[in-house]
Unconditional design. Structure first.
Length: 628
């Protein structure tokens, strides 16, 4: 009887309502091992790229060949596994589990949540590839589809292949990280770190020790290279826009580096000045500008064709999804080259962005159930991305078919401007496009740097400005080195380094899914559900045996074979250790006790009282904002 009453920490593990991270007495501060090791490696990489560009180019090319030739299948399998995993998590018994406390209301309204998810899907990548990727597939063809390059049929297939690269798979990878971070922070009371997701798999000691630090180092690496690639292609596109609109000659690497330097300086000024609220409003405005740009193309372009393409692309995408998943090197040299140049690069890029976008999605999804999370995160932003490509890409292919040579107008970075110039008000919309890309550059660097600051400061919600600026400068430096490595083909250099750098984090994500599911299996909601099934099954069997058809169920004390929890150990540390709460002195306190936010000595030293009062309280909830 004492065993039944004296549960660990005063509550049965099936009745724990959850613990939010702010209810734990956590001490945030810079993790010197994570920060210094990562910083040293990045500085060494930058020095290598500047002092011996040729050797880094040769090494990255050789590494890319090995990665695509030997692990391309792994990237494809992992992206597909992420889709299947999230569908299982969302639509099995675990779907009812909330990303927060029991009965906790969502922090944002449904429509605000949808708007922010849509915002997370917008960025430099869509601006750069919106016209160029469908146009590239249209002109070169896609192995296995059987349509003639340049044909009307190829228009649909080019958009379908692009939708495959930007649809369910990338958002499933973001969702895996986002759901795991949100669950750990708002349901289990853990710091919002990638390493803490692995507590069920490697234990608390290892997650907080060397192995956990290594995981966080790889997460920062992935974010650095993935975001730097976005910044690099943004600089390429701005440079090409200036050449076309202003009539300047080819800018070359010196011009590209100057663009990166100017935009990085703009980010540093924003970070140092602490204009978080202004940056967020700027981001929202930028999204509206991107929407207006797409609306203009829809109206000024082949509107009827675009409307026809919408159902054709969505239905064919669903129909050919499994076939495109299996389009690997097993189909021959053409498929190997296509997968290495497009699909594997994209899977690596999305994995690199998953800590960044995932942590943003986690913060805005608090209070949602996993079923809501999976349904909306997989469907809404991926659908918006596909619609963007149908409008921008569909228009570019229409112009190419009707005599406007966009494919030969100066590379992928020129495709968008070539399309805009073929429509009315081309000069105005081209300038608008450059403004949108420039703002995405600054806000993406700001957002990614904040996330990396959080990862290097033990999950600190509001990263130190000095740390944020440091990571922002690293982003600009890596983007520069990526272009130097690419030489005349800067885009190739960025693709090479992103694909190679993403491999370690791809392995981490594979084990992350295992650890996350193990966490869900011991969630209080899952335990209650298992108790309910067992109790009803045993009660029905006992009722029929004792009373035949005439019996009703009631709750009563029972032991042995009749007990619902006969095989469940409510004192097992595996299901009880996680909900223990302690105060500043390490003494255990009641789960329902009030707690103040954790003290942060670094932040106290960094800000005077006046600055602390003026600090934007919403920044901690929205480090990535709508800038991903």
């Amino acid at each position: 009887m004492l065993r039944e009453i004296n549960y660990p920490h005063g509550i049965h593990p099936a009745l724990v309502p959850g613990i939010a991270v702010e209810d734990q007495k956590l001490h945030y501060g810079t993790d010197k091992v994570v920060f210094l090791v990562t910083a040293a490696l990045i500085v060494a990489f930058l020095a290598w790229g500047v002092l011996s560009t040729e050797s880094l180019t040769a090494a990255s090319t050789a590494a890319l060949g090995w990665v695509t030739g030997n692990t391309g299948w792994f990237f494809t399998a992992l992206s597909t596994a992420a889709v299947l995993f999230m569908l299982v998590v969302g639509f099995s018994r675990t779907g009812r589990i909330p990303l927060g406390m029991d009965d906790e209301k969502p922090e944002y309204s449904f429509f605000s949540w949808l708007a922010m998810l849509f915002a997370a899907g917008m960025g430099i990548g869509l601006m750069f590839y919106g016209a160029s990727e469908p146009l590239s597939h249209f002109g070169a063809g896609v192995p296995g589809f059987g349509a003639e390059p340049g044909s009307e049929e190829m228009t649909v297939y080019a958009l379908v292949q692009t939708a495959f690269h930007w649809g369910l798979n990338p958002w499933a990878m973001y969702a895996v990280v986002g759901a795991a971070v949100a669950y750990g922070a708002y349901r289990r009371g853990r710091p919002p770190l990638i390493s803490r997701i692995f507590v069920p798999l490697i234990g608390q000691r290892h997650a907080e020790g060397g192995l956990g630090r290594l995981i966080d180092v790889f997460a920062i690496f992935a974010t650095l290279f993935g975001t730097a690639a976005s910044l690099g292609i943004g600089a390429l596109q701005i440079a090409r826009g200036l050449e076309i609109v202003a009539g300047w000659g080819p800018l070359g690497n010196a011009g590209l580096i100057a663009i990166i330097a100017v935009l990085t300086a703009a980010f540093v000024v924003s970070a140092v000045s602490g204009v978080a609220r202004g940056m967020r409003y700027l981001s929202t405005t930028n999204l509206m500008l991107a929407f207006l740009l797409a609306l203009f193309v829809f109206v000024a372009g082949p509107t009827v064709l675009i409307l026809d393409l919408v159902p054709a692309v969505f239905s064919t995408y669903l129909q050919e999804y499994l076939w495109m998943t299996g389009q690997t090197g097993g189909w021959g040299e053409d498929s190997t080259a296509f997968a290495g140049g497009w699909t594997v690069f994209y899977w690596a890029w999305w994995l690199s962005w998953s800590p960044f976008v995932g942590m943003f999605i986690a913060k805005i999804s608090r209070g949602r159930t996993l079923r809501q999370f999976v349904t909306v995160v997989l469907v809404v932003p991926s659908s918006m991305c596909v619609l963007w490509f149908v409008v921008i890409g569909g228009t570019s292919m229409y112009l190419q078919r009707t005599g406007t040579d966009l494919a030969g107008a100066g590379g992928q970075e020129a495709a968008l401007f070539g399309m805009l110039n073929a429509l009315p008000l081309g000069a105005v919309t081209s300038v608008l496009a450059m403004v949108v890309v420039a703002i995405f550059f600054v806000t993406s660097a700001d957002s990614a740097s904040v996330v990396m600051g959080t990862l290097s400061q033990q999950g600190r919600p509001e990263a130190s400005r000095s740390i944020v600026v440091f990571w922002g400068l690293c982003l600009g430096g890596i983007a520069t080195v990526m272009m130097l490595v690419g030489g005349d083909d800067a885009l190739t250099g960025m693709q090479n380094l992103v694909t190679v750098s993403a491999l370690p984090f791809a392995v981490i994500v594979a084990f992350l899914m295992v650890s996350f599911y193990k966490d869900l299996r011991s969630d209080p909601s899952t335990i209650r559900h298992e108790f309910g099934l067992t109790a009803v099954r045993k009660a029905v069997i006992h009722g029929i045996e004792e009373h035949g058809d005439d019996f009703a169920l009631q709750v009563e004390h029972a032991q042995g074979a009749r007990a619902a929890g006969e095989t469940f150990d409510s004192h097992d540390p595996a299901v009880t250790d996680w909900y223990r709460r302690v105060d500043e002195n390490g003494e255990e306190i009641d789960l329902t006790a009030e707690s103040a936010p954790a003290r942060d000595p670094e932040q106290d030293r960094e800000q005077d009282p006046e600055q602390a009062r003026e600090q934007d309280p919403e920044r901690a909830l929205d480090p990535a904002g709508d800038r991903a």
